[in-house]
Design a protein around this ligand. Sequence first.
Ligand SMILES: [Zn+2]
Length: 203
Amino acid sequence: MVPYVASWSGELAGFEDELVVQLGRGGPRLGYRNERPEDRIGSGGVLWGRIAQAPGVGRPQFDCLHPVRQYIAMYAMKCQVCGGPASKNKDGWLFLDWRKPHDPPTWPERSLTAMPPLCEAHVRLSMEECPHLSSTEVLVLRVRTPRLWGISGTPYTLTADGWRTHERDALLPFGDPDLGKVLASRLYRELRNVTVVGGGGAG
Ligand SMILES: [Zn+2]
């Protein structure tokens, strides 16, 4: 089964020459030639990466999230595997999480994640089918307050020749003044009021 949030090799990303300089109140910011309202998200108008929507075309790319389906699943709390509603009970929404370099010492409390929630059937399937998820560090969580936190994406610098990028992904919270210079590709939530309900090698 190919997860809803996985991308396919037939889904081609937009071209860099679609990027233009827009002058706003906060100075120059990234924009698209022929920009559409759906190219930006949130009150700050973060520019989102363009990509074709053609699930099923070509080969599945399991380690590459589709920017638009990741956004939809994370924003609307849909299961990352089937795209149906994620599980929620009195202890909150169902997430899987593992230690990442930017995690705080309070992990899994206040962990930042780009992996959308899951339904109950697909938490079980993920733990059984994915070798890296059966390691001891993966926890099954219920999260009462998965707060919308920010984005990651490609940071750009304005040069005499237009927008250029040399850097790897940047991770920025909503409200950051540099959001206007990032082409976003993943929406992050901060996991608050977390209860560990499984994993950690205990199943
Ligand atoms: Zn599911």
